[in-house]
Design a protein around this ligand. Structure first.
Ligand SMILES: [Zn+2]
Length: 148
């Protein structure tokens, strides 16, 4: 068996390809508890980040559902803006940001659904659909109401 060369920067000659520095870390999927070997080009990665990456790359149903849910959350944020524009609801950027926050809470599993009544006739609904989707809808009822 050959001697394993030490990879010290001083030993590296110009133009010598040694490959990237690889640091192996072990992360745990937060859903199924499976340990996963992760590789990084830097040693400065927190265990929390390694666990997040291990969860993100895990193939268990919960991890896959969660990854899809996060993807769906990003689309849902765009859909809120799209509906706002298309339906000419004209709610403010501040409300869009609140919706983003609620979508994040739903994606994280902290909130199941949210209903925002903008006024008497306009309502925004945000809800989780199935295990991995977030649905947004806006109701814009026309209400003709005469008081006398
Ligand atoms: Zn898992």
């Amino acid at each position: 068996m050959g001697k394993i060369a030490e990879k010290r920067p001083a030993d590296i000659k110009d133009g010598t390809f040694l490959g990237k520095d690889m640091y192996n870390k072990t992360g745990t999927c937060k859903y199924c508890g499976q340990m996963r070997a992760m590789t990084y080009v830097t040693d400065f990665v927190s265990q929390e980040q390694v666990d997040i990456d291990a969860t993100r790359t895990c193939t268990c149903k919960e991890a896959i559902d969660h990854a899809r849910l996060e993807e769906s959350a990003e689309k849902a944020k765009n859909n809120i803006r799209l509906l706002n524009k298309q339906l000419r609801i004209c709610f403010s950027e501040a409300i869009e940001k609140q919706c983003d926050g609620l979508i994040d809470l739903i994606a994280a599993g902290d909130v199941k659904s949210a209903t925002i009544k903008l006024d008497e006739i306009k309502t925004i609904y945000i809800k989780k659909k199935g295990d991995s989707k977030i649905n947004v809808s806006i109701r814009k009822n026309t209400k003709w109401d005469l008081d006398s």
